[in-house]
Ligand binder design. Structure first.
Ligand SMILES: [Zn+2]
Length: 283
């Protein structure tokens, strides 16, 4: 009887302990449920978020090459400098180009002489003052001179120079000029350094149109429409814009490229090409 009482007492203790353990588990489970419900309550961003980079269209980027072998005689600009269309960026001393320039000038003079000569002799021939054979020889010489002059003119144009300027220039230095009004962003030239025609010397960009290139997750792309508003935070400013183009292809990283324009031209001036931003698109 004493044993029975002892066993039942032990059972009661074990049972109550077991109960406490269960309660403990239930409590911790309840706590876990509490935390998960807190996560759900955290406000989810109402914006579609993505990364974007400040960019300019490729037709506003001008890369400038040396065009001829030689030496840099004078670098006239600095990185970050604004330049005007036609402004000289640097000068190259090129013995090779000096020879071409000389040949071109003498070919032009030769062509001019033959032109006058053929015109004069055509009159003489019409007056039967010279023979057919004579005029044929003169015409042939004129054609050779013309072909030589035109060939050199095309050669000068092909390497990117104004053939008229080359003709009138007394200097044998090559002037590398800017084709646009823009900003020098890359400068790979030092006075005195040797260059060859394929050397990239400068890059000038036209900042008249700046846009935001965004990479939007393919899962979010259905929520994006043309003219939808977006904003970025730049220092203490909020810069706003609108979606302008949505690409039709999903990239390898499962994003779609979306192109946005800024609302205010004044805001564009604050931005640097290549700068990365966190973009919020307003649904
Ligand atoms: Zn654009």
């Amino acid at each position: 009887m004493k044993n029975v009482m002892y066993i039942s007492f032990l059972v009661v203790i074990l049972y109550s302990c077991g109960n406490k353990q269960n309660e403990g588990i239930e409590e911790s489970e309840a706590k876990e449920n509490d935390t998960s419900s807190v996560v759900v309550e955290t406000p989810v961003s109402k914006y579609i978020e993505c990364f974007g980079v400040v960019d300019i269209p490729p037709n506003q980027i001008f890369e400038i090459y040396a065009k001829a072998n030689g030496y840099i005689a004078d670098v006239k600009v600095l990185e970050g400098q604004h330049v005007n269309k036609g402004e000289t960026l640097l000068e190259i001393e090129s013995p090779e180009f000096a020879i071409l320039q000389k040949e071109y000038k003498s070919a032009k003079a030769n062509f001019d002489w033959h032109k006058q000569n053929v015109e004069r002799n055509r009159i003489l021939f019409s007056n039967k003052a010279i023979s057919e054979k004579e005029i044929q020889t003169i015409e042939k010489e004129f054609e050779v001179a013309q072909a030589n002059y035109m060939g050199l003119r095309e050669q000068i144009k092909a390497i990117g120079f104004d053939s008229e300027k080359v003709l009138s220039s007394i200097s044998n230095k090559l002037n590398i000029t800017s084709k646009i009004h823009g900003v020098v962003v890359i400068l790979n030239a030092k006075n005195g350094s040797r260059v060859s025609s394929e050397n990239h010397l400068l890059t000038v960009i036209d900042k008249s149109h700046i846009h935001m290139e965004m990479k939007i997750s393919a899962n979010d792309i259905q929520k994006i429409q043309l003219n939808q508003a977006f904003f970025i935070l730049h220092n203490s400013d909020t810069i706003r814009g609108k979606i302008h183009l949505i690409n039709d292809i999903v990239n390898d990283d499962n994003t779609v490229r979306v192109h946005g324009h800024f609302d205010q031209a004044a805001d564009e001036k604050k931005l640097i090409v290549g700068q990365n931003y966190f973009v919020n698109i307003i649904p």
